[in-house]
Design a protein around this ligand. Structure first.
Ligand code: PLP
Length: 488
């Protein structure tokens, strides 16, 4: 057996972590190694006798670094990803060192009470009903899973059906109304919960990706009084940042006794800013909300919150009962009553620390800064010929297309997908900023998400320059191509 010196292994790891974070703006924005190279680094022989711990950590660092994604960099705008704040990382290190199992209060009292306190702050910041209960999850996907499991339990209970005893087989059929542009994770979760895709009522959307309310009203008017129903809306569309009209949807949900769930993975945080809260009117009328900690709040991965107004439905949908899980009267909460896991990481510590570090104004100021950056970007680039912003930039997302007006036959089909892809490739190769693409409403878009805690106006200037430069390089390539096509 190797004798291990914990102190120095942890010190080594901290030094490596610090050096990675220090090189934040100099290091690669994207992985530099190929898949094969990464395999060569990781897929080494499993030793019969373990290696010394110090060597293992060194090997891990060496194998991982070339394949690390640069989402903690201030110039990273790909997908919609958080940047892991330093205080969050520090709290995460302590969480690992303490090694708590946050299943129940008795196995991890501090973890349970940290969750209680963080829950209260989250409800205040997001200004959601204070009686709501919160499950600390791996992300918004699991948060929607828990919320919709509570929904499923409750809408059946209202019809006198016990999900626990009778299960889904033979249960009254539940109608689920969901946007045609719902996030893929919501559709996946509905499948996990036993709602087949054919049974969903998909509601068409407008040019910003918002649910078409008149159609939803018509579809819901076909419900009879005894049909259990769930309606799902979005706060912060992945491409446009748009919000469904929660107030009108809440009216409809109320009218039809339906459970109203909101996927607000990143957009829900607009509620923490007095400047952007108006976008979210009516959102507090829902029954449940899914929101991420690891995106806009910058809690290190993984972190999300399932927020459910009806705590009884929440606990009934998730509780595990066993004699050893009992609580004493003055115990704090049992974290496992609010999610599907029993043994799990003490996720509450990190959220607790990040919220204490930002403060309520700090969260709102970060939202304000990122939204102002997105507007700055949109304004600057729309003055460039051939560059179009497809969305109303009300939040932090910018959906951009590129159109050189040539309409070469191969470009027509997907409305200049080739030009847009070429710009994205060029920017990724230049490696000054990172952007990624998506398909939206028949277009190929370059999607910019301003969501990294360090990003500010000067980073946006760099991005504007990168876009300008890439677009002009792509244009000259394409002009050449066009000339050749004419000659040929
Ligand atoms: C990211 C995202 C999700 C999924 O959240 P995870 O944290 O990845 O599980 C769901 N909905 C929206 C709108 C998102 O942006």
């Amino acid at each position: 057996m190797h004798t291990t010196n914990h102190e120095s292994i942890l010190a080594d790891a901290l030094e490596l972590a610090q050096s990675y974070r220090n090189s934040k703006n100099a290091r690669a924005l994207k992985p530099t190694a190929s898949t094969a190279e990464l395999r060569a680094g990781f897929d080494i022989e499993l030793p019969v006798q373990g290696r010394p711990a110090k060597q293992v950590i060194k090997l891990l660092d060496k194998a991982a670094k070339p394949g690390l994604q640069g989402n903690s960099n201030a110039n990273f705008y790909g997908w919609v990803m958080g940047a892991s704040s330093e205080v969050g990382i520090a709290a995460d290190i302590l969480t690992s060192a303490w090694g708590q199992n946050a299943g129940i209060y008795q196995t991890a009292p501090s973890a349970a009470i940290a969750e209680e306190a963080a829950s209260r702050w989250l409800l205040e910041l997001l200004d959601l009903p204070r009686e709501s209960t919160i499950g600390f999850t791996t992300g918004a996907t699991m948060a929607s899973f828990i919320s919709l499991a509570a929904a499923r339990y409750e809408v059946l209970r209202r019809q006198g059906w016990s999900l626990h005893e009778d299960g889904l087989i033979g249960a009254p059929s539940i109608k689920v109304f969901v946007s045609a542009e719902a996030h893929a994770s919501v559709l996946a979760v509905l499948q996990y919960l036993g709602f087949g895709s054919r049974n969903l009522i998909r509601i068409p959307t407008d040019a910003q990706g918002r649910i078409h309310i008149a159609t939803l009203a018509t579809e819901m008017s076909l419900l009879d009084a005894n049909t259990p129903a769930i309606v799902i809306a979005q706060a912060g569309h992945i491409n446009s940042g748009a919000f469904d009209d929660a107030d009108k949807i809440a009216d409809l949900a109320q009218q039809h006794n339906a459970w109203f769930h909101i996927d607000g993975a990143f957009g829900l945080w607009a509620r923490s800013s007095s400047n952007y809260k108006a976008l979210t009117t009516g959102i507090d009328r829902a029954d449940s909300w899914a929101v991420d900690g690891h995106k806009w709040l910058q809690v290190p991965y993984d972190s999300g919150y399932a927020i459910v107004r009806n705590g009884t439905a929440h606990r009934h949908a998730m509780s595990i009962s066993a004699s050893y899980l009992n609580r004493n009267e003055d115990d704090g909460r049992n974290p496992s009553e609010y999610g599907p896991e029993l043994s799990r990481r003490a996720r509450g510590f990190t959220t607790w620390a990040v919220l204490q570090s930002l403060g309520s104004e700090g969260v709102g100021n970060m939202i304000d800064r990122h939204c102002a950056c997105a507007k700055q970007l949109a304004k600057k680039i729309t003055s460039i010929k051939g560059v179009n912003v497809l969305n109303d930039v009300d939040l932090n997302q910018v959906a951009i297309t590129f159109d050189d007006g040539y309409n070469l036959p191969s470009y027509e089909k997907s409305k200049n997908a080739d030009a847009t892809n070429a710009v994205i490739d060029h920017i990724q190769q230049q490696n000054q900023c990172f952007v990624s693409g998506a398909d939206w409403q028949g277009y190929r878009i370059m999607r910019v998400s301003v969501i990294s805690d360090q990003t500010g106006p000067e980073n946006i200037e760099q991005l504007v320059n990168a876009i300008r430069q890439a677009w002009s390089a792509v244009l000259s390539q394409r002009a050449e191509h066009m000339a050749l096509a004419k000659c040929g």
